[in-house]
Design a protein. Structure first.
Length: 194
């Protein structure tokens, strides 16, 4: 009887110890998952822009530039941009076409900003294209933009409008035909021909 008496509590102790370890293991896993979720902040909270500016234009098209800085631990993807200054915006890159000319085109999938790195938006490179200005943009004014990321978070910034004589580039439309585009906002038909 004494042997049985010691065996039952010993077995019970082993079962309780195993159950305790299982609970601790579950608790650690849940805490680890929660910590992982909180460490990956929304992209809109970890991306900022330095030296933002917009090229002055009377009408038609223009573009916004700057340096997107990403301080997060996972890549961030800008999928769209909006502003009251334009009824249509696109995220553009500048690439060489079959004829060897540098042309602008919409970036499929958006701008990817690697974790802990920067992405330059500059004339002749990546930029935010304002396709149809609602009013003239004159030097000294400011334009507010909202970027939307692939995780549905957003980031808002304001950029000053500046005079700039460059950034007269070609725009490659969906039909692979190129049209001259003066982002300075001339009244020519080619400004909006896409």
């Amino acid at each position: 009887m004494t042997l049985r008496h010691h065996t039952t509590p010993a077995r019970l102790g082993v079962v309780l110890a195993a159950a305790s370890l299982a609970l601790v293991g579950c608790s650690t896993s849940d805490d680890g998952a929660a910590a992982s979720e909180t460490s990956a902040a929304p992209a809109g909270d970890s991306v900022t822009i330095n030296d933002a500016w917009v090229k002055a234009a009377d009408s038609g098209m223009t573009a916004a530039f700057g340096e997107l800085v990403h301080n997060g631990s996972a890549d961030a993807t800008v999928v769209s941009a909006t502003t009251e200054a334009s009824s249509a915006l696109e995220l553009h890159e500048t690439v060489e076409n079959d004829a060897g000319e540098m042309v602008m085109r919409e970036v499929e999938g958006g701008f990817v900003i690697p974790a802990g790195q920067e992405l330059d938006l500059e004339p002749g490179g990546n930029h935010i294209m304002l396709m149809d200005l609602t009013d003239p943009l004159q030097a000294g004014e400011e334009v507010t933009f909202t970027l939307t990321f692939s995780d549905d978070s957003t980031y808002e910034f304001t950029a000053p409008v500046k005079d700039y004589s460059g950034a007269n580039e070609n725009y490659q439309n969906g039909d692979d035909n190129d049209s001259e585009m003066d982002m300075g906002g001339s009244d020519s038909e080619t400004d909006m021909d896409h």
